[in-house]
Write a protein that binds this ligand. Structure first.
Ligand code: PPS
Length: 573
């Protein structure tokens, strides 16, 4: 390894002085303003604080073309990732080139201004091919590009007024210049950065520690807390985990700082981008692993990038970047020696037992509340993860009954509620059709629009209950399949969703006619009556279908309990 040391002089930021900022903020209130998306807020923060140095704003069309085609700005500077301000066509059309616009966060606070020098409609398929390697929406950034990003890009220099406000982990957030000053103060002239979007376990601790020793450098744990891959462990949990791991390093060799980056999962290009960012933060070395910033499988089920593509691309540009790569060693646990070793350095592979727990296996063990051994992770980390991902038998869920009026939904739902309350452990809320129509939806009638609105409200409440670890039991008619699917999607972000079709036939419901409504519907005194004069989409693939004709209520509710047990949602008794 070279003798590279960092020059820790301050780097340029885009902020104006405090006094100018106060003045500019008042003036900017008059400007046309753009409300930044969460990703744009992340990008703007790193533009303004120098994390994206040498960029001076969102890319111009010429710079964008250079970056997309050959990873270079128009002046030849290496830059692998298009940092663009995507907007709607309508907003773009309302502007004149040369105009200043205010950039606001989601609460309306003005973070900066931009002079719009460029406006163009990008070829998104080309961007996807060149930057992400394929125009395949299985790639999260390609999906974002086509389905979330606006049609038009604006480019131009940015003037920074204030940083985005963060209320969480404030002491752990540093700008590049703050981190540079910190390294100067400690005399850290060689610093190896570790990028991560996952909780750290023992293997990572081991590999980062070894990387620092090899590079004769101090270690910076530099996790991403901006936007990572959808489905990742949330950053609140991760930071609590990192803080626990930080105590395991030898004192004053290691530091941690949070990076508000919006990742793109662009593999090789992302690795180069990450390296340039860490250079701005005053680091001299950067760990690049196997499949660095990989997005997972494409729509053909194959990985988007080769496992070492990122290391290769980084290596090619290392000298120009001025930050050295420390290639990730794949660490495995050797049982006989009770220690982690780089797998390529184990010469007696056939004579020892090598232990490993994959990410999928870890998630399974968390979901089922199974043991996670100490050789794999630190007890403090496992405890944090268990709090966030309790076993399925302690997570919230929603049971959603659907069926005709008078089919027995409410009766079965009530019996189920009582049985679950007898078991205890989780709060249970019954959102019965009639109760909801009295409390949440009293102004609604029975048109398609009103029924959909009613069901979406039920879905919203159920998803909140599920998120907070409770049990929601819903029992509306919910005649439309598409609406039921939408509710399922709302709830499944947070926990399990069981659709239960109470399959009593319309003839039987009408024969029972417990509320006398069918008679009125036949006489035309109630319009749009489900099953008589209004449609009902029979559920095609419900988690359970219960037949009420010839089966008593207790038995129907018991069938639901058995289903919940088989899904691991309640402990078998
Ligand atoms: S929906 O379609 O899911 O919004 O319906 P829901 O909120 O479950 O309300 C159904 C209850 O309202 C009574 N009712 C009617 N049902 C269907 N169609 C019409 N036109 C209608 N008018 C009033 C009926 O009593 C339903 O109660 P349940 O408990 O299902 O018998």
């Amino acid at each position: 390894s070279s003798l590279m040391q960092s020059n820790l002089a301050p780097i340029p930021e885009l902020f104006v002085s405090y006094d100018s900022a106060q003045k500019l903020k008042v003036e900017a209130a008059e400007l046309t303003s753009w409300d930044l998306s969460p990703r744009q807020i992340c990008d703007l923060e790193l533009l303004m604080n120098g994390g994206f140095n040498p960029l001076k704003g969102f890319l111009s069309e010429e710079d964008y073309n250079g970056v997309v085609e050959n990873m270079r700005l128009a002046d030849g500077t290496l830059w692998p990732m298009p940092i663009t301000l995507d907007v709607s066509e309508k907003f773009a059309e309302s502007l004149e080139l040369g105009q200043d616009i205010a950039l606001r966060d989601q609460e309306g606070v003005i973070l900066g201004t931009m002079t719009v020098t460029d406006r163009w409609t990008p070829d998104k398929s080309n961007e996807a091919e060149k930057v992400f390697g394929a125009d395949d929406q299985a790639h999260p950034a390609v999906n974002y590009l086509h389905n979330t990003a606006g049609k038009v890009y604006l480019g131009g220099p940015v003037t920074g007024i204030q940083q985005p406000v963060h209320y969480d982990f404030r002491a752990r957030r540093d700008t590049p210049n703050e981190l540079r000053a910190y390294f100067r103060k400690l005399g850290w002239r060689r610093v190896v950065a570790f990028q991560t979007r996952n909780p750290l376990h023992r293997a990572h601790q081991e590999l980062t520690f070894r990387a620092a020793k090899e590079a004769q450098a101090n270690l910076l744990i530099h996790p991403v807390v901006g936007m990572t891959k959808p489905g990742d462990v949330d950053h609140f949990t991760r930071v609590r985990c990192y803080e626990a791991v930080l105590d395991k390093y030898p004192g004053s060799t290691t530091s941690m700082s949070l990076l508000p980056l919006a990742m793109r999962m662009a593999g090789p290009r992302e690795a180069v981008w990450h390296g340039l960012i860490r250079k701005n933060y005053g680091c001299t070395h950067f760990i690049v692993g196997r499949d660095h910033a990989g997005p997972g499988a494409n729509s053909q089920g194959e990985d988007f990038y080769g496992p070492y593509d990122a290391q290769e691309l980084f290596k090619q540009h290392e000298a120009e970047m001025g930050i050295e790569m420390v290639p990730f060693k794949h660490m495995v646990f050797v049982q006989e020696r009770a220690q982690y070793e780089p797998s390529d350095e184990i010469l007696d592979k056939d004579d020892v037992t090598i232990l490993n727990i994959s990410g999928t296996e870890l998630r399974r063990r968390l979901a089922e509340g199974l043991e996670i051994p100490e050789w794999f992770s630190f007890p403090e980390v496992v405890a944090e993860l268990r709090k966030t991902r309790p076993p399925r038998s302690q997570q919230g869920f929603t049971v959603f009954f659907t069926g005709f009026s008078g089919s027995g939904k409410s009766t079965i739902a009530n019996a189920l509620m009582v049985k679950l309350m007898e078991m205890g452990g989780r709060p249970v809320t019954l959102l019965d059709g009639d109760i909801v129509r009295k409390n949440l939806s009293s102004e609604l009638g029975f048109s398609k629009e009103h029924r959909d609105l009613n069901i979406r409200r039920i879905g919203y409440v159920a998803s909140e209950i599920t998120k907070n670890g409770g049990i929601a039991i819903c029992a509306p008619i919910a005649p439309y399949a598409a609406t039921r699917r939408a509710v399922r999607e709302d709830v499944e972000q947070f926990g399990a969703f069981l659709e239960i079709h109470v399959a009593t036939s319309i003839e039987e419901c009408e024969r029972r006619d417990r509320k006398g409504l069918y008679k009125l519907a036949r006489e035309g005194k109630i319009k749009e009556f489900t099953g008589i004069s209004d449609p009902y989409d029979v559920p095609e693939n419900p988690e359970l279908r219960v037949e009420t004709e010839g089966t008593d209520v207790d038995n129907c509710a018991h069938q639901v309990i058995l289903k919940l047990e088989s899904m691991g949602l309640i402990a078998a008794h």
